[in-house]
Write a protein of this length. Structure first.
Lengths: 434, 415
């Protein structure tokens, strides 16, 4: 653990090295981690991999402007090249750490893409079926939808100082109500409108117990998850299963291709050939990114989460702010819950959120409590989720259980500070009493 | 508005009689609030049971013409469900033989074993200020270790079972220790880490059951070989019942946990860290070491729960060996207020709900999911004593702050 030692003459800044400024010890953790992983990848994907095989990627879909032929590359050489790129980046990281430069987010991004491509090249080597790159990305975005909404919900609550462990329950409640309303009205869009209401109700319960009865917020969250699982499963068994035609056959949200944009190769099908829920997601992420960090509302929200007493002193109603933002967060998560039923075109099933709420929580932390970061982290989880599906079809040398573990292991590393220190809002989980 | 609502406290006035004083003390006790919370949860769940009942729905259509029919149907549906729940968990009054009559209570005790073990472990964590959600993963790892020792080795009777139990404790302790070490060294939030470890454990056991070391040779199913009979817990009531010695071990462990937390130096340090980490640090207690050891002890206890499952109840290792005991144990520890005795009683109650739930589902068709509703409502009401007290117009609790409510660092609750 490195301790940051402030320069004794902080005001003079780093421009005056003669003032005896004590610099923070250099942390070599990141570059060493980059180098070690790259070397392991080099050994696994190149040195011990079978030689003389080829890998085929497809990138076009049939309705693009122009077709790109499937790309076939020699597996070992490509993997070698990509691993070398990763090693060079690790070197850059060493250099940057030594000279105390900050590297942007591009380094880990390019590093990650290179290693993932190396992994894909290795795992699809010598397979008859080509690896559909576009489909992989398209599915990743789709699977990331509940995670993004869930992470945004968590962020809204935690920025205001309420820990939201109940994301799972909010997703599930949203999925349930969306399915029921969509089935009764025969309209997927009606389901989409109903889903946030269910989530907001769970959020309301959360904030009620947290603020009014000052129950530990983690406890309320955990218990609300159980309660929602219980209630929805019970209603599923007694009502939905009995008359599935009336109550549990939600129509599927249609996939809407945005004209022109959707025909750009690769980007088009991935970003602009999705359901309306995904487009709503773009809007919500963008709006929240601006609102949380650039608006008066966002400033107040963050003030309440960081230092409620100070916020109260300047006349911000702390508990009212918390209540509003938690209910709003619940609604956002509920909307994400619609993914499971109306967006995926599935009937409601018991516990169908399947722990996605907890992953969303992890995505929020990995994204450092910012909407854009949450989007990126959720996309990462969605990608690893979909990778398993796609590689399952192509055939992968790695057991599927190990693949499934990956996002959780990544999260632990992230939370443990390998990726960088994360800091929660200072006052989260602490009830505010005047 | 941020104040918890508390009915005006009635101070014991000077002129009050001894009887009134006793009544006041009883009304202000936490036990009464607990009982009322259970009753309230059962009533609310009863509404759900009635609402889903066919006869109730039919009579509701002519509610104003003949309200008697409606209320009769409500009573029938709810009471029959709860009677089945009781018969399935305590004493089957409709059974013909004594064996069948008392089997439900032994089932309740059997089911409660992992809940008690894991609940004890979680309780230690709560009292030390650590919110460990990872009992599920720790149970799984305990079961994996115990199972591996159970079906791989061939050892003499007593030695084998003891070794398997120790292995389970080590497995659970190591798994939880990861979260403890990360918390101590990097400040990683134990809630997130234990949730992630739960998921990893689920896939880990699924993966292990595909390997030759764990998987039964003669089929492709993900199931381990049956355990060596020497490694199993002895049955307490003969072969007619599933109740095994794990129950006695759980009770003994509860006593041990009581001693650890209330009479030992380590337990004092745990509680001190839970009450106020900064004060504990100033007093010379290593807070980081305490975090690690709390998690290790909690994990070892949850691991014993896994041992009880694989060495006593299931007798084989499967991917579903932990069921949802790890999550239920959270509610058990909360209901038991993190105290050993309370945890044992809460474990028995939730064990009864679970065991009885199956009987209820079989006899009256009420889905067992209602048990989850009852459990979560109980814990919600327990966690918010002011709510229950306001609903029943009880006086505020005597001296204690609302249990489970956080003032910044206080999760410790006086005995």
């Amino acid at each position: 653990m490195s301790t940051v030692v402030e320069a004794p003459t902080a005001s003079s800044g780093p421009q005056s090295p003669r003032s005896g400024a004590v610099l923070a010890p250099i942390s070599w953790k990141a570059p060493i981690a980059y180098a070690v992983v790259a070397v392991i990848a080099l050994i696994g994907f190149v040195v011990v991999a079978p030689k003389g095989l080829e890998t085929t990627f497809t990138v076009s879909t049939s309705s693009d402007f122009f077709q790109i032929a499937p790309i076939t590359v020699p597996s070992t050489a490509t993997a070698l090249l990509l691993c070398l790129v990763a090693l060079v980046l690790a070197g850059v990281s060493f250099w940057a750490t030594r000279s105390r430069r900050k590297v942007g987010v591009w380094l880990p991004s390019v590093y990650g893409v290179a290693l993932v491509l190396a992994f894909l090249t290795w795992s699809a080597a010598g397979k008859d079926s080509a690896l559909p790159l576009t489909g992989l990305l398209q599915g990743s975005l789709f699977l990331a939808v509940p995670l993004v909404f869930g992470a945004l919900a968590g962020l809204l609550c935690e920025r205001s100082g309420i820990i939201n462990i109940a994301i799972e329950g909010q997703l599930l409640a949203g999925a349930f109500l969306a399915a029921v309303v969509a089935s009764i009205t025969h309209s997927a869009y009606a389901g989409l409108v109903a889903a946030p209401i269910a989530g907001a109700l769970v959020g309301l319960l959360l904030v009620l117990f947290s603020i009014r009865y000052m129950v530990d917020q983690i406890i309320v969250g955990v218990v609300l998850n159980v309660l929602v699982i219980g209630v929805t499963s019970y209603l599923f068994s007694t009502v939905l299963k009995v008359d599935a035609a009336t109550f549990n056959s939600p129509p599927k949200l249609p996939v809407i291709g945005i004209p022109v944009l959707s025909q750009i190769p690769i980007i088009g099908p991935v970003l602009f050939r999705q359901t309306v829920l995904v487009y709503v997601m773009y809007v919500v992420v963008a709006v929240l990114q601006v609102m949380v960090f650039r608006s008066r509302w966002g400033l107040r929200l963050r003030a309440v989460g960081e230092h409620p007493k100070a916020a109260d002193t300047v006349g911000i109603k702390v508990n009212l702010t918390r209540m509003k933002s938690t209910v709003l967060g619940g609604a956002v998560a509920g909307l994400g819950g619609a993914f499971f039923t109306v967006a995926a075109g599935l009937a409601f099933g018991k516990e169908m959120a399947g722990g996605k709420g907890y992953i969303a929580l992890a995505a929020m932390i990995l994204g450092r409590w910012s909407p854009a970061g949450a989007l990126a982290a959720a996309l990462l989880f969605g990608f690893s989720d979909n990778l398993r599906v796609v590689l399952g079809i192509v055939g992968t040398p790695i057991p599927s259980q190990i693949m499934l573990m990956t996002p959780y292991v990544v999260t632990i590393f992230a939370v443990a500070g390998v990726v960088g220190r994360v800091r929660a809002p200072a006052s989260e989980g602490i009830p505010y009493v005047k | 508005m941020s104040q918890p609502i508390a009915p005006e406290r009635t101070q014991p006035a000077a002129g009050r009689t001894r009887g009134q004083q006793a009544l006041h003390e009883m009304l202000a006790s936490n036990w009464l609030a607990t009982v009322l919370a259970v009753v309230l949860a059962l009533v609310l769940s009863g509404v759900l049971i009635a609402a889903a009942d066919k006869a109730v729905q039919e009579t509701a259509t002519y509610l104003f013409a003949r309200p008697g029919d409606f209320f009769g149907a409500v009573w029938t549906s709810v009471s029959s469900a709860y009677v089945a729940l009781f018969q399935g968990s305590i004493v089957d009054t409709s059974a013909s033989t004594l064996t069948r009559m008392i089997r439900p209570i032994t089932e309740t005790m059997t089911v409660s074993i992992p809940l008690i073990f894991a609940g004890l472990g979680l309780g230690i964590g709560f009292r030390a200020g650590l919110f460990n959600i990872g009992a599920q993963g720790q149970i799984i790892l305990g079961a994996v270790f115990a199972g591996y020792v159970g079906f791989t080795f061939d050892l003499p009777p007593v030695v084998h079972v003891v070794l398997a139990v120790v292995a389970a404790a080590i497995g659970g302790g190591l798994w939880a220790g990861i979260a403890g070490v990360l918390k101590a060294r990097t400040g990683a939030n134990e809630v997130i880490v234990t949730i992630m470890l739960n998921n990893i454990a689920v896939y880990l056991v699924a993966f292990l059951l595909t390997t030759t070391a764990f998987q039964r040779g003669d089929s492709n199913n993900p199931i381990s070989p049956p355990l060596n009979s020497n490694s199993l817990f002895p049955l307490l009531l003969g072969s007619g019942f599933r109740l095994h010695a794990g129950f006695l071990l759980a009770l003994a462990t509860a006593v041990g946990v009581w001693w650890l937390m209330n009479r030992s130096t380590i337990g004092f340090q745990f509680r001190a860290v839970g009450s106020n980490p900064n004060a504990a640090r100033v007093a010379g207690i290593s807070v980081n070491a305490a975090y690690v050891w709390v998690m290790v002890v909690a994990g070892a206890l949850a691991g014993l729960g896994g041992a009880a499952q694989v060495l006593g109840t299931e007798k084989v290792l499967t991917a579903g060996v932990a069921a949802s005991f790890g999550f239920d144990a959270i509610t058990v520890a909360l209901l038991g207020r993190s105290k050993p005795l309370g945890t044992v009683l809460a474990g028995l109650l939730f064990g009864a709900l679970r065991a009885g739930g199956f009987a209820m589902q079989a006899r009256t068709g009420t889905p067992i999911d209602i048990v989850l509703v009852v459990q979560s409502l109980i814990v919600l009401f327990i966690a918010a004593p002011p709510l229950v007290r306001a609903l029943f117009r009880l006086p505020a609790a005597g001296t204690e702050p609302p249990v489970l409510a956080v003032s910044p660092s206080v999760k410790e609750v006086g005995l």
